[in-house]
Design a protein around this ligand. Sequence first.
Ligand code: ZN
Length: 324
Amino acid sequence: MRPQFFSWPFEYQHVCARRSAPIRLLSVGKPAIYYCDVHALDLPAGHRFPSGKYQLTRERLAADGFSLQLAPLASIDLIKLIHTCGYVDSFLSGTLSPAAVRRIGFPWSEGLVRRTLGSLGGTLAAAEDALRCGLGANLAGGTHHAFADSGSGYCVFNDLAVAIQWLRRDGRIRRAAILDLDVHQGDGTAHIFSGDHDVLTVSVHCRSNFPLRKQESHIDVELPDRTRDDEYLAALDFVLPQVLAFGPDIILYQSGVDALESDCLGHLALTHRGLAERDRRVMHAARSHDIPFVITLGGGYSRPLELTAEAHANVYRTAAEVFQ
Ligand SMILES: [Zn+2]
């Protein structure tokens, strides 16, 4: 018997539109942004995950006039392109081991299942938008700590990996780059695509931060604690030409804002201005080379929550400027 969340009316149904011509960016104006925070995470009181940041960010963007759309729920078949059937089925049915649930960091609930499928579905829909008009944006996702057979660090399924595998399966892209600028290493992503020469994984992160046991991305830049704007942007200028030289058919951007000085988990010392410049350089690189670009949200743990919401909102504001 199919649980209710499988028959959600917004379940993602993609249309396979094979590209026949080189992608050219169109004038997209302010991008539609997919959200999924209406599916409650059902966290216990005192849980340290800042679940309120999603709504706060969405409200800021709505006030700015952005078009916001409820994310479709990802289909289970697509998730299994990357994740093992055992892991997927156990998560969906609430039968993961207590240790596996603890590693994810969220208590299991039907709300978590819906939220997870919406987060992933938002990235798939954004990838579709990116191939169609140059830019796609999800107000969730960037769940880079998820491995093929397990979740970790508030990440259940790896939306970045699933999106790429889906597009490759359907012959819509050949090469993809994941540019992960969250302050934590994209260890799950790195592990999934290790040895895959058609997917470039790039992670710029804080050396001393979670996860303690790092994986090997194709390009890792490990920054010391208290790194400030100038040093950070210099590191970015080092990796961006390598991303472009790889010749990706699409770039998936993990735009975590936990490198902010005010972040409780980050250890770095970037300003809002530095983060905005980071985003501008990344997006300008993609835009100027006509590479379809997908924004995923990633981490952000500043207190008060408004600092994180403002930083996340700035990512989409910058995109609206660069891709106008
Ligand atoms: Zn993070």
